[in-house]
Design a protein around this ligand. Structure first.
Ligand code: HEM
Length: 212
């Protein structure tokens, strides 16, 4: 379904409208602008890989213990990214990468938020999953291409941006939106979901700004 033909009340359309300005802030962050322009030092890109590993490890670990009708269908192994980020980290930092990387305070704050909502309110974890997965499948390929070009990479070091196990990214994104629209959440939960998406964007942008 075209986004423009969705009823205004559809959750997928509401969240997109409510968060598009926040998306602009994330996309327009100095760090992303430098990366897209091929002007980001390789060390900074490597740090992005490391910080994202902490984040995706937190999201994917938290998801294991959470039951939610939307999360169960969207948090599928084909979109899990922690393993790809671990491979990328090994490329950038060497086999002992786990001993040499540590989370920034902004990353710790982001991960703490993910764990807190996961433990108290499952739709909140969907909000965090949504911002990362939909973003990685939308802007991700462009970011991956920019990085590969800037650092002269084949596929190594940017596995995160290649969803090797996902057959059809656009179909997954369309299904994600349908699942949100059919979510058996109360209207209060739907409103809170939108608020948590905004929190996820703010935490993402803070992490990017800290990396800049
Ligand atoms: C240079 C950086 C970025 C570019 C070029 C970019 C580009 C895009 C584009 C073109 C779309 C629309 C895709 C569509 O309509 O299907 C999109 C959607 C999205 N992006 Fe980004 N993006 C960037 C950064 C980010 C960041 C940093 C985040 C999150 C932290 C993010 C999260 C999202 C989300 C959640 C959506 C889906 C919104 C929806 O339609 O429901 N993006 N992005």
């Amino acid at each position: 379904m075209q986004l423009s033909s969705l009823p205004e009340t559809a959750l997928s359309a509401r969240v997109r409208t409510a968060s598009w300005a926040a998306h602009g802030d994330a996309e327009g962050s100095g760090f992303m602008a430098q990366l897209m322009a091929g002007e980001l030092p390789a060390e900074s890109f490597a740090q992005l890989v490391a910080q994202q590993w902490f984040l995706y490890d937190a999201i994917e670990t938290a998801a294991v213990g959470v039951a939610d009708p939307v999360l169960d269908r969207v948090a599928i192994p084909e979109v899990a990214r922690a393993a790809a980020l671990a491979a990328d980290a090994a490329h950038w930092f060497g086999p002992d990468w786990r001993d040499v990387v540590s989370p920034l305070p902004e990353t710790v704050q982001y991960c703490d938020r993910v764990r807190t909502v996961a433990g108290t309110w499952p739709p909140g974890l969907v909000a965090h999953h949504y911002v990362r997965s939909m973003g990685d499948l939308s802007g991700g390929p462009m970011i991956g291409r920019a990085a590969a070009k800037a650092y002269g990479l084949g596929g190594e070091g940017v596995a995160f941006y290649r969803f090797a196990d996902l057959d059809d990214g656009p179909a997954y994104k369309a299904r994600y939106r349908e699942l949100l629209d059919e979510a058996p959440w109360s209207s209060e939960d739907q409103d809170r979901f939108i608020d948590e998406v905004l929190v996820a964007y703010a935490l993402s942008t803070a992490m990017l700004d800290a990396l800049a």
